[in-house]
Design a protein around this ligand. Sequence first.
Ligand code: DC
Length: 227
Amino acid sequence: MNPKIITLDGPSGVGKGTIAIMIAEYFDYKYLDSGSLYRSLALALFEKNNNFEEVLNNLDHWISDISIEFHYKKGEKARIFVNDKDYTEKIRTEKVAILASKIAVDKRARDMLEKYQRSYIEEPGLVVDGRDMGTKVFLEANIKFFLTATVEKRAERRLNQLKDQGISANLPNLKQELLLRDKADTERLISPLMPAKDAIIIDTSDISASEVFDKIINIIKRNKIYE
Ligand code: DC
């Protein structure tokens, strides 16, 4: 048994989720969006107590009865559940993203979610996206990608994604929020956002999702990770 692991890390709005699903579908692998775990945990905690300082001071207590499940089936939209309640749509706001970034600095929260992420390894393989998939959680991955794009392009993409979900937002605000979140994610002490030493870096600013996908598939095939 030797499941393949493909990691895609990068900042928010870079397109990693879209590409990761395309790769998972192509190879018939499992897919896991680790950001959705942080978002769900953050929202579940916020619903219990909106004073995050208090929550972080006594996280073991607040976290103890929260159970998160991520479901992905080829051809279907991935869904996420907290204590069996569907959180898929409501975690997609920027407000929840900011809460997620706050909870993401806590080692206890990261350890809990890391355990869940590792339990997702399964034959024939897994595609995961996030911030520390290649640098921390799946060090042994067969191949690691790090996607980048200008903040302008990322904000535009985020705006379109939110529009598609019927969520209104404005571009300058989104850009500002992305920059703040990038700063929090890259400057935190535990598992900061950065490319793994062995990651292949792809700038997606001026190429479409299908071009990024083709590029990645070609690299995977060239690297012969299937032999
Ligand atoms: O990918 P996303 O925008 O859904 O992630 C939301 C936040 O969760 C992100 O700003 C930081 C945190 N996160 C993390 O710390 N580690 C991950 N592997 C994934 C997300």
